[in-house]
Design a protein around this ligand. Sequence first.
Ligand code: CA
Ligand code: CA
Length: 314
Amino acid sequence: MWKRIDMKKMNLIGGIALVAFGLSPKLAAGPYADQVVSYQTGSLPANLKSFTNAFAVLGAPSRETPGAFGGPVDPFSPPYLNSQLVSIGEGGSLTVRFEEPVVNLDQKEHLYGLDFLVYGNAGFVITNGNFSGGGITDGTLFGQAKPGGIQVLVSANNRDYYALKSALAPVIDSYYPTDGSGSFGIPVDPRLGSGDFAGRNLSELRALYAGSAGGSGFDLDWAVDEQGSPVFLDAISYLRIEVLSGHIDLEGFTAVTLIPEPGTGWLLFGGGLLLAWKGLLGSGGAERRKPTRPDQQARPSEACLPTPVNRWRG
Ligand SMILES: [Ca+2]
Ligand SMILES: [Ca+2]
């Protein structure tokens, strides 16, 4: 069971000073990260020295980039301003807190069993030279983080942290580029790889996204202790990103939206999936509920991708 801790009990963990930045004024209760608990910039490249506003990751990621060179955020046009992103360099870390815990549910209640999403600033490379709306990608990315240099850890109490380790764990700030027209909280099918996106234009990418706003999806079932043994977590309130090498740029964190109950409204997405969403898209945390502990919880070693979901339960 998780329990909320008093954020005034700041202390030293692992030699890293935890600094409470307080709540950002743009926030309200909901599925997004609510508070920056600590931020260490690490070693940032010179061009990212100004990307140190950790508050940028709180609340919902951008649907639009402001300014003269801005416009809608889509998989070809990721956010790029230091008001939208925070960067973390080698040796750095970022810890955020969710006011409403992120619950661990299986694929019957969370699409693909994923429990939270991390949004970065990677984008699909345009390979046909059309940057004015008719772009086509070869499925590769620009601005993405390199694999292997990042550790994602979670905690219910800000004391006991567990790494999320699995062959299935994605690289963050990589696939899947953010689409501001999609729904934050809905994961992209994690089986989709670069080849699936090759030769696609924007509307075809959106069809593959099937209503998702992109992001990298994580399953709390992937938690392991220091010995590498699986740990069952039914909910967490703290999320820490540690950068061991390279750097990453982050725009936000979202709990995964509950798959709705049957008969609560139907919506047809571009991907041809018939989806039922309670109260339509982007439902807040009020509809998330605490899980009961499953009798049979998949262990990370045996975790597998769920069978194709082409119909929501019911
Ligand atoms: Ca899960
Ligand atoms: Ca990046």
